[in-house]
Design a protein around this ligand. Sequence first.
Ligand code: PLP
Length: 387
Amino acid sequence: MRPIYLDHNATTPQDPGVTRAMLACLEPGPGNPSSVHAPGRRARGALEEARSAVATLLGAADREVLFTSGATEANNMALQGVVAARGGDGHLILSAVEHPSVERVAAWLEGLGVAVTRLPVDAAGCVDPEDVRRALRPDTLLVSVMLANNETGVVQPVPAIGAITREAGVPLHVDAVQAVGRLRLDVEELGADLLSLSGHKMFGPRGVGALWMRPCLELEPLLRGGGQEFGRRSGTENVPGAVGLAEAARLARRSPERYRDEVLPLRCRLEEGLREVWPGAVIHGAGAPRLPNTALVAFPGLDGEAAVMRLDLEGVALSLGSACAAGTMRPSSVLEAMGVAPELARSSLRFSLGPDNDAAEIERTLEVFRNLAAAGEGAGARAGGAA
Ligand SMILES: Cc1ncc(COP(=O)(O)O)c(C=O)c1O
């Protein structure tokens, strides 16, 4: 039986149309976009067409999109590139709930002498835009706030933050990895200056992503070499990957409606059912705007790590918090920033749905949870575990 895949925030299945586009790009044979002969020109044409499709998704101009190996590279490029362009000195502002590919870069830069302010979040996981205003300094180089959190799905008030950074003349970087295809995106409406996305979170290929940036922005490259990608990211381009990402971007332009009309009702049913099965279940970030596909739920009394394995045996694939933090017993830093007690954090499971899920899968998942509760795994639930 096909597993019930509820881990779309870790990675999404590759869309068959994406695979077809990549195969069609490979079929004619080799071609380096930097070569002047016909195969090279064909590869260049495919690459530029792909760039245009990604730009269209973001409401941006073609030349502003740089292809990368994924969002980790895009986030590194944004933070390291802006800091290095200003001589490595200054101040960064980020939220306390950023993905490690932002947080750990900031921590590393901090070790090199860059000042870093981490903005707190409230109990629902939201940044207060006024905290951004208060944190700004004359030497602030960049503000980095994600659009949607990978663990909770909480959507940050990025347009309000963008209005503040614009007024202050400080660039804003937005990690939009989890929002692409799930929410409608427009870089102008967000007030962003740089934005990261990743193919494998949007039904595209793994190992390819993009950094959008305003062309006037100064950015030192991470990778120096042959000067590809307008001199900003050297290395022979991954043309089939870019073509796959472009196809995923075309699909993503149409998918926010599917998330709203098809995925959100499934998530609502799941949350309602889980609350019935497990009295005392807590939905993290429930008081904030959230992605339509994500529910991070604490089940007081449940050993989250053991539950993920039990669920796997029952054919339900989901994560304990973030896939990147899974495997460690450390409670999620996102939940910590939200003030969630460590025991409750450790009982939390992340359900992240996609348009490929259906109502029968949700009912089957609820049945598995009913069995877990009946088997006594929910001792805390019956004792009315604290929220
Ligand atoms: C919010 C967020 N940013 C960045 C990344 C890193 O993306 P990639 O796997 O493309 O490096 C992830 C992946 O989990 C993510 O969820």
